[in-house]
Design a protein around this ligand. Structure first.
Ligand code: NAD
Length: 350
């Protein structure tokens, strides 16, 4: 079955889907937007452009809708699209509350139409490399995973700087980074959430956050995003009882993992003079007592996400991005906002 895709919200991300979905064999046919300038652009790209939602839904043969508007209208547009008989993929964050999401899922169940979310960062190379190293046991039992994204832009543009439209970094990058980690630990409950949301520059929404998730019998997960940080910390940093992993950036060009090598050479038996002063614990390790490894290669192709949706339409596969996973991320986000507001750790079982 061919996917004939219509795009609601032909802004930055809507345009991106229009350009990239065809790589997965999808035919992009139409766009709806409230901004006439964006509709002109859609026409230039060969799409039929609509400024009326009901007309858009009647586009001949269209069977799937991608929603890429500001976050505050995801829910109402999703429900309208499902009601009009469309399958729907909505951009992240799916919406701004768990109860909104439950309403969206209820409509999808009522209409029998697909509802999923564009959690494309499950296909990011850095994430896949981190998972491969960890899941192959290369750093032993994992005690801590740190996931960070830092930029220097500072200011937000347009709707992203207003809370009422769903602005701020938790709902922008946080949702991706939580989704990645929760996907890695599908059967391990998060038992507490502690969050600090900050505004480094004078803004109405969070432009810097630190979130700690504690898992039941699992590692501590630390997620941090900054928009005004001039020195970067690694994209991933993992501590295990069998080694350490560092991935510096999205491209995975630098980083690696290191494991101890057990030799007859004593490690830090005597006090050593270091720039930090006399120490045994923090003394440099003799090179022959450790082994450094390059980051592994991984195959990753984001078009799998659209290919999966076509198979789901044909009844041949299950959704890769499942509604209950989306709900779990939204539950975490609600606990994050509660923790930040009440300045305390929130006990959960998510
Ligand atoms: P944008 O401001 O560039 O585009 C939003 C578009 O929606 C604009 O063209 C605007 O005119 C239109 N719009 C606003 N209200 C509308 C309405 N009620 N009906 C129809 N159209 C409407 O924003 P963006 O950066 O493209 O972000 C859009 C969505 O995509 C957000 O949910 C964002 O979180 C998500 N996004 C996802 C990724 C990703 O990697 N998955 C990346 C960027 C953005």
């Amino acid at each position: 079955m061919k996917m004939k895709l219509g795009i609601i919200g032909y802004g930055g991300m809507g345009f991106w889907h229009g350009e990239n979905a065809p790589r997965a064999g999808v035919e992009v046919v139409a766009a709806y937007d409230v901004d006439p300038k964006r509709l002109e652009m859609a026409k230039e790209e060969g799409l039929t452009a609509y400024n009326h939602l009901e007309e858009f839904f009647k586009h001949e043969g269209m069977n799937f809708v991608l929603i890429a508007t500001p976050n505050d209208v995801h829910k109402e547009l999703t429900i309208s699209a499902l009601h009009a008989g469309m399958h729907v993929m909505v951009e992240k964050p799916a919406t701004m509350s768990v109860s909104d999401w439950d309403e969206m899922v209820a409509e999808s169940e009522k209409t029998g139409k697909i509802l999923t979310v564009h959690q494309n960062r499950r296909w990011d190379r850095d994430y896949k490399v981190m998972r491969k190293v960890v899941e192959e046991g290369n750093v032993g039992k994992v005690l801590s995973i740190e996931s960070r994204v830092f930029g220097t832009g500072g200011a937000f543009f347009g709707w992203r700087s207003f809370p009422e439209y769903g602005g701020g970094m938790i709902l922008d990058w946080g949702v991706h980074l939580f989704d990645q980690l929760l996907d890695m630990y599908p059967d391990t409950k998060v038992k507490s959430v502690y969050a600090k949301l900050m505004t480094v520059l004078d803004q109405k929404v969070d432009d810097y956050f630190k979130v700690t998730l504690t898992l039941e019998n699992g590692p501590l997960l630390h997620v941090e995003v900054g928009t005004f940080a001039f020195y970067k910390l690694p994209r991933w940093y993992v501590i295990g009882n069998g080694g350490t992993l560092q991935i510096d950036d999205f491209d995975c060009k630098t980083g690696g993992y290191t494991k101890p090598r057990y030799t007859d050479t004593p490690v830090a038996e005597v006090v050593v003079m270091t720039p930090a002063g006399p120490t045994r614990m923090m003394a440099p390790r003799p090179p022959e007592t450790k082994e450094d490894f390059e980051l592994p290669e991984v195959e990753t192709d984001w078009t799998e996400l659209y290919a999966n949706l076509v198979k789901v339409m044909e009844g041949e596969e299950e959704l890769l991005i499942k509604p209950y996973q989306v709900r779990r991320v939204l539950e975490i986000i609600e606990a994050v906002f509660q923790s930040a507001k009440e300045d305390r750790s929130i006990e959960v079982s998510i």
